[in-house]
Design a protein around this ligand. Structure first.
Ligand SMILES: [Zn+2]
Length: 72
């Protein structure tokens, strides 16, 4: 279970569909660029959203600790 960060779900770059988590928006954008280098289609709305969030909120992603305080 991942609490925060940006995740490339079912990533095809490594060939095993594993997920990678990034803690800065710039690193995630760089990762999406790697996808385009090998011919994968990256949704432009995803790229634009990350850029917009980076401009508005900054580059760093804080861990989401709110889940840790939840009681079942
Ligand atoms: Zn990926």
């Amino acid at each position: 279970m991942q609490y925060g960060g940006l995740e490339c779900c079912g990533c095809r770059l490594k060939g095993d569909f594993s997920s990678e988590v990034y803690w800065t928006r710039s690193k995630m954008l760089g990762h999406l660029q790697e996808h385009t280098y090998v011919g994968h289609t990256v949704p432009i709305h995803a790229v634009l959203r990350i850029i917009e969030e980076r401009n508005r909120l900054g580059d760093d992603l804080e861990p989401d600790l709110s889940m840790l305080n939840k009681r079942e």
